[in-house]
Design a protein around this ligand. Structure first.
Ligand code: ZN
Length: 333
């Protein structure tokens, strides 16, 4: 299973990183452009089997995750390739620019091959070749230095160039960049397209909760037909399976730690009589799993999350450490 770490550079509120006002009166933020492309890459990759993907940025844009955070996430995930999407600046309202792809200053051939593959494919799709004499570059960028796997940072045109800015703002351009990245990844890894009928085929999740108040398993629930759990009761264990592919999940015991990961219904996650306060889930289907938990004391749902990481309290797991869960709801996008 190939592991891809994808990062949209910066955050929505990162100072400076935005289009030049004279060229784009709404001063579109760099993160918005970066994230739009990352979302499209994720979407387009859904048509393929054989990989697992994590996002290293905050997909809501609210926080600018540090370079160390992003690199650690990719390193812990044991990613095989790290792709960071950025847009450039430095032309100051003049013309010219174009796409550039960076690797770290001292890299192996495998990394250089990724750099060439991504660059060539994105330029072929977009035509935004620009006028830089050295579009394949190396630099001591933190994301490239701190990541332990081949890493490429692509600058998808300049936000302050009369040539590039009108182009990079378009949806069409974002689509083409994403197509270019996906084509390079798919070709390099020989990923197979999913059978046509499984791409949009419904992928159902069936799940249930062990109720620590009633001391029994509650009935199974499918997708968002209902939620599993009873408000005001303590949830202690979770059991789940999906209609094709595999699901992996684990829970955090309140006042304790994370329990081992379980797969499908080979075991359940949790311990009878031990209330849980966090849950993480992932699948190997390439589809996004969305899961949310309801807090017993606060009597409210937390937002859906999609990640799988103990170190990412934002999107890596559902729940708040120390707050008992009483219900969960899950669906696969
Ligand atoms: Zn940037």
């Amino acid at each position: 299973m190939f592991k891809l770490a994808l990062s949209a550079g910066h955050g929505l509120y990162t100072p400076g990183k935005r289009c030049l006002k004279t060229l784009d009166p709404s001063e579109t933020r760099e993160w918005t452009l970066n994230s739009r492309i990352c979302n499209k890459i994720e979407e387009k990759l859904k048509a393929y089997d054989g990989f697992e993907l994590i996002r290293c940025d905050d997909v809501t844009g609210q926080t600018d995750k540090t370079i160390s955070y992003r690199a650690a996430l990719a390193n812990n995930f044991k990613a095989d390739f790290y792709l960071s999407i950025h847009h450039n600046a430095g032309i100051g309202g003049g013309s010219g620019g174009g796409i550039e792809a960076y690797v770290y200053t001292n890299v192996d051939n495998a990394t250089k091959q990724w750099q060439t593959a991504i660059y060539n494919s994105v330029v072929a799709k977009t035509g935004l070749k620009g006028n830089r004499s050295q579009p394949l570059r190396s630099a001591d960028f933190g994301e490239l230095r701190e990541t332990a796997m081949p890493a490429v940072l692509i600058e998808c045109g300049y936000m302050d160039s009369t040539t590039d800015t009108p182009i990079i703002l378009t949806e069409d351009f974002a689509n083409k960049v994403a197509e270019g990245c996906v084509e390079a990844i798919v070709t390099k890894l020989s990923l197979n397209k999913k059978a046509e009928n499984t791409v949009n085929q419904a992928l159902d999740i069936t799940y249930q909760v062990w109720d620590n108040t009633l001391k029994k398993w509650l009935p199974n629930v499918k997708n968002l037909d209902d939620y599993a759990g009873i408000f005001g009761h303590e949830a202690a264990c979770i059991y789940a399976n999906i209609s094709h592919g595999n699901i992996f999940y684990k829970v955090h015991v309140k006042g304790g730690g994370w329990l081992p990961e379980v797969k499908n219904r080979e075991d359940y996650a949790g311990l009878y009589n031990k209330p849980i306060d966090a849950l993480m889930m992932k699948t190997d289907t390439g589809r996004k799993i969305n899961y949310a938990v309801h807090l017993k004391e606060q009597n409210r749902w937390l937002p859906f999350v999609t990640g799988y990481s103990e170190s990412d309290s934002n999107n890596g797991y559902a729940g708040i450490i120390g707050k008992t869960i009483d219900a969960v709801k899950i669906y696969i996008g």
